[in-house]
Design a protein around this ligand. Structure first.
Ligand code: AVJ
Length: 343
């Protein structure tokens, strides 16, 4: 992956020993992206899986998105977290906090802060992210505040490599930011199901959902006036260019994001502004684009309480607590194994 990550790893040599990174993607990233992009760019509706947004630059652009005035998701979720973490963390000891798709350390900081010093000393933080730089930077940030914190970074694709996550201690899985919205109905249920298959009775899942709301608010969040989301969207082409020796010209594409009501999701696409073809050397392929044609790059589903309850029950999870902001724009839900799961 990106060269800057190597530098970051070296800097860590002087850091506390409690920090370890396991790179599960070393051998799997390249074959996965080859297969995913070949499949996506030869489909009738071209697509590229959204996890490939997140190289070092994409992770930074996403952090910029999180600070945009139109992008209400992050600040709303953080405001809920600040309210609920004192209660959530005061009895949390000897646990692994596994954060799936961890990205920046903003949210876990709130949880660790609320844990208090004595509980914190018994916790281990396990960030799991496809971006090695995000995992390393988050760990570094936390270790600067709490040098004795135990951190195990896992560089992995959490939709494929759940087995890379240790389960020997009680776990609180954190799946925040409505990242679950990137998965379609079937994928999200089977993903939650694979988490619940790994869960023991004392384990918990803390999961964030962006809720259905008027179209104008949703569409503004993905069409910001500063064009950061457009940059983020186009960055996926640079990721493909470097990973697959391709020659996408990002300026030949426009950013497109709209609410698809039938599927209750924001769709992001990249739309070709003229006819051209793109060479992908690693795939030994050349792909033609017609003016107006799109590459579907992301789905971001918007949920209702009913759709969440349905999904939880299909994944054999039961909802323990439900938290929202006053406008009910965002929800954070704690889930546990459904005690009736064997019936
Ligand atoms: C990180 C998947 C939650 O869907 O809102 C932000 C990604 N895409 N702007 C989202 C994203 C465009 C984000 N998630």
């Amino acid at each position: 992956m990106a060269r800057s990550n190597q530098a970051a790893v070296k800097n860590l040599k002087s850091k506390p020993r409690s920090f370890e990174v396991v790179n599960y993607l070393d051998k799997k990233y390249q074959p996965d992206i080859v297969k995913d992009v070949r499949e996506g760019l030869t489909a009738p509706q071209k697509f590229i899986p959204c996890k490939y947004f997140y190289d070092a630059r994409g992770s930074k652009l996403f952090e910029d998105i999180c600070r945009l005035p139109e992008y209400y998701l992050t600040r709303t979720e953080i405001s809920i977290l600040k309210d609920i973490t004192p209660g959530l963390m005061e009895t949390s000891t000897h646990k692994d906090l596994v954060e799936l798709g961890s990205g920046a350390d903003w949210k876990i900081r709130i949880l660790l802060e609320a844990a208090g010093e004595s509980n914190r000393s018994t916790l281990r933080y396990i960030p799991v992210d496809i971006s090695e730089s995000a995992v390393i930077e988050a760990a570094q940030g936390l270790l600067e505040i709490w040098p004795r914190l135990e951190v195990l970074g896992v560089v992995a694709d959490f939709t494929r490599h759940l087995e890379a996550i240790p389960t020997e201690r009680p776990v609180m899985y954190c799946f925040l930011g409505s990242t679950i919205g990137n998965l379609d109905e079937h994928e999200s249920t089977s993903f939650l199901r694979s988490i619940s298959d790994n869960m023991k009775l004392d384990d918990r899942l803390l999961i964030g959902f962006d809720m259905l709301k008027p179209r104008e608010i949703l569409e503004a969040a993905y069409n910001d006036s500063q064009g950061v989301t457009s940059e983020f969207n186009k960055n996926i082409l640079s990721v493909i260019n470097s990973a697959l020796s391709a020659d996408f010209n990002p300026s030949h594409f426009g950013h497109l994001a709209f609410f698809n009501e039938e599927h209750s999701r924001i769709e992001m696409h990249l739309r070709a502004s003229c006819d051209f073809s793109v060479k992908l050397e690693s795939l030994g392929m050349e792909i033609d684009f017609k003016k107006g044609e799109t590459i579907h790059t992301e789905n971001s589903r918007k949920f209702t309480r009913a759709s969440i309850e349905e999904m939880a029950s299909q994944a054999r999870l039961s909802i323990e607590n439900w938290y929202s902001d006053p406008d009910a724009w965002f929800s954070i839900v704690t889930m546990a194994l459904d005690p009736r799961r064997n019936s």
